[in-house]
Ligand binder design. Structure first.
Ligand code: AMP
Length: 324
C-alpha cells in the first residue's frame, strides 16, 4: 500500500489505473480505524480494481476545538490496518494540503442538514463534511465511494449532494458493524471508561426496545420513541435526540407506516455517540423473536438501491452486504 500526502501525488498515482480503465473505489475516513471502516474497505476490495482509503481528520466539521483535539489519532496503526484490509493507496493529507491559504469555497446541502446532527452540531458540521467529501471525490474521482449506515444522515446528505451537483460517482451505504454486545463500532468508543462502555449499551438497547415495540404492533411514533428513551434512561445515557424520521427526507413521522429511520444521539459521560436502526411495520422484517433490531438491515431499497451506471458492469461481483 502506498501512502500519499499530496493531491498531485494522488492524481499521478491514479493516472495509470484510469488509463487502463480500472475501477476505483474510495473509502473516506477520519482514521482511528475499526471494524466498521474495515467493512467498507472489504466491500470496496470486492467491487473495485483499485481501493483508495482517505485518512483526514477534517477540522471544519468539528464545532468545538476541544472535540477536534480529543479525536483519536493513530496514523501508523491505521496504515497497517488499511494495508491488511486490502487498500492499495492511502491518501493522508495535511490540513494545509486540503485547505491551503486563501481557501474560500464551501459546498452546502440545505434542508436535510438542519435536522438531527445539524440541529445539535450546527450548520457548520455538514458544511464541513460536504465540502471535504466533494474535494475527496474531485481529487480521487472514484467510480464508487463507500459510506456507513452508522452515520445515516451523512450518507443521505452526500447522496443528495452527488445527485444535485451531477457528480459522476456511485454512492454505496454499508451496514453498521457492531461489537458482539450490539454497541456500534466508533472511533469515539475508545474514550469510554469501562463503566461508560457498559452504559453505552443503552443505545443499542434503545434501538432494540423500539424495534420490539414495532414488531409487537406499536405504530405511534411517540410510543416508539418513548420505548427507546426509557432504555436510555435505564442506563443513564443522556439523549440529545431520539427521532423517527423518513429515511429519505428526514421528515418526522407520526405513525410507523413504512420502513422508517430511528436515529439516536446520546451522551455517555463526555462522549457523544450516535446510532440508528430501520423500524418496519412489517414485523417479518424485524427479528421479533429476539426483540433485537435487525442490525444488519439496510435502508429501504428506494433510498439505497444501486444507481444504474454503465460502469456497474465493470466492478467485480458485488457482495450482498459488508462483512461484519
Ligand atoms: P469516520 O472515520 O468516523 O468519519 O467514518 C468513516 C466512514 O466509516 C463513514 O462512512 C462512517 O459512516 C463509516 N463507519 C463508521 N463507523 C461504522 C460502523 N460501526 N459500521 C459501518 N460503517 C461505519
Amino acid at each position: 500500500m502506498r501512502v500519499l500526502r499530496t493531491v498531485a501525488q494522488t492524481r499521478v498515482a491514479l493516472q495509470s489505473a484510469r488509463l487502463q480503465d480500472r475501477t476505483i473505489g474510495l473509502v473516506p475516513t477520519m482514521g482511528a480505524l475499526h471494524g466498521g471502516h474495515l467493512s467498507l474497505i472489504d466491500r470496496a476490495r470486492a467491487e473495485c480494481d483499485l481501493v483508495v482509503v482517505s485518512l483526514f481528520v477534517n477540522p471544519t466539521q468539528f464545532e468545538e476545538n476541544a472535540d477536534l483535539d480529543r479525536y483519536p489519532r493513530q496514523q501508523q496503526h491505521d496504515h497497517e490496518l488499511a494495508a491488511t484490509a486490502g487498500a492499495d493507496l492511502l491518501f493522508a493529507p495535511t490540513a494545509e494540503e486540503i485547505y491551503p491559504d486563501g481557501f474560500s469555497t464551501s459546498v452546502e446541502v440545505l434542508g436535510l442538514t438542519d435536522r438531527l446532527e445539524g440541529a445539535v452540531r450546527g450548520a457548520g458540521h455538514f458544511r464541513g463534511v460536504t465540502t471535504v467529501v466533494a474535494k475527496l471525490l474531485n481529487i480521487v474521482a472514484p467510480d464508487i465511494a463507500y459510506f456507513g449506515q452508522k452515520d445515516a444522515q451523512q450518507a443521505i446528505v452526500i447522496r443528495r449532494m452527488v445527485e444535485d451537483l451531477n457528480m459522476d460517482v456511485q454512492i454505496e451505504t454499508c451496514p453498521t458493524v457492531r461489537d458482539a454486545d450490539g454497541l456500534a463500532m466508533s472511533s469515539r468508543n475508545v474514550r469510554l471508561s469501562e463503566r461508560e462502555r457498559d452504559r453505552a449499551l443503552a443505545i443499542p438497547r434503545a434501538l432494540a426496545a423500539a424495534t420490539a415495540a414495532a414488531a409487537g404492533g406499536e405504530r405511534s411514533a411517540d410510543a416508539l420513541i418513548a420505548a427507546a428513551r426509557e432504555a436510555l434512561r435505564a442506563l443513564e445515557a443522556e439523549p440529545e435526540y431520539v427521532a423517527l424520521v423518513q429515511a429519505d427526507t428526514l421528515d418526522p413521522v407520526v405513525r410507523l407506516e413504512q420502513p422508517t429511520l430511528l436515529a439516536i444521539a446520546a451522551r455517555v459521560g463526555e462522549t457523544r455517540l450516535i446510532d440508528n436502526a430501520i423500524l418496519s411495520p412489517d414485523s417479518s422484517v424485524a427479528s421479533s423473536a429476539s426483540s433485537q433490531p435487525d442490525f444488519n438491515s439496510t435502508f429501504p431499497a428506494s433510498q439505497f438501491e444501486k444507481q444504474t451506471d454503465p460502469r456497474q458492469a465493470k466492478p467485480r461481483e458485488a457482495q450482498a452486504t459488508c462483512s461484519a
